[in-house]
Design a protein around this ligand. Sequence first.
Ligand SMILES: [Zn+2]
Length: 305
Amino acid sequence: MKTIGEVCWSLLLATAAALPSYAQSVQKQPADSAWSVQLDQIRQVAAMIPGRRALRVNVLKFAESRRSKKFSVQGAPDEPSVQARTVFQVAYADGTVMIDSGMDEQVHRFFGRGVIEPYYPDAAKQVERALRSSRAIIITHEHGDHVAGVIRPPFAAELAPKTLLTRAQVEALQTNPQMPEIKITPDMASRYNVVDYEKYLSFGPGIALIKAPGHTPGSQMVYVALESGREYLFIADTAWHMDSVRLIKGKAAPWIQEEEVLLLAQLKWLNELYRKEKNLFIIASHDDEEHKELIAKGVLGNGLE
Ligand SMILES: [Zn+2]
C-alpha cells in the first residue's frame, strides 16, 4: 500500500507529464526574475550600521566625451551629446566617501579613439586631492573611467587599503581588463579591500551597495540616504543617459558588450522608481544634462570638498 506522500508524489509527476507547460514554467524563469531587488530591503540594509548619516553629495566633471546620442539610447536621434566623466563624493560631518576614482589623461585618450576630447587638469587635481583625503572609495564598476584613479597614480598604494573592490571587479581587472593600462597583478589585487556579497551590502550609515551585473560583470549600484531623508541611487553606467530609464531603452553602442536581459530588468525597476519615488534621485554617471539640472536645484553640490 502506498503512503499518502507517495500518492501525492506520483500524482505530481503525472500532472507534470500531462502538462508540459508546467514543467517548462518551472525550468524557465521570466526575464524579469533575472535580476530583482526591492527598495524597502535596500533601505533596511542602508540602516544596518548605526551612526549619523551623510549631509550632502557632490559631483565633479573632470573630462568629457563627445558622442552622438544615438549610441547612448536606442532610437535616439543622431545629435551631439556630452558624456560627462565624473566622480561623486558623499560628505559626512566627519569625513568623505568617494564613489569612483576618475582617470588620468592617458586613459581618457583611450575613450577618444583617436579624437582628442576635453580633459580638465584642474578638476583632475581636485579628484586626486579628494581621493587622498577620503576615508573610503567605492568603485561602481571596473571600467577605466571609473577605476583607473585607484590603479594608476603614483600614490595608488596609499589609496588601495581604503578602496573597496568587489571580487568580480578584481577578477575582471586581472584577467579581462577594459584596456591594458588598468590590468592589475595578483600582488596589486591583494592590497585592495576585496569584498563579495550576494545581493546587498551595508557599507556605512545610510549607504548600501546593490549588486547589478549587466553593464559589466562587476557593476554595482550605490544607494545613499542623507540625514535630511533625501535619497540617491548611483546607477553608474546602467544608463549613459537618463532617457534610457525614462524610455526603458538600452544603449546602442556596438563597441560594448552587456548582459541585455539583466540591463532591461534594471531599467524597468529604475523606471518604476523614477515615476514613484519623488524624494529619490537616480544619478547616471555620464548624463551631463541631468547633473547640470540637479546642481541648479541644489541636489548635487558642484565640486569636491
Ligand atoms: Zn563609464
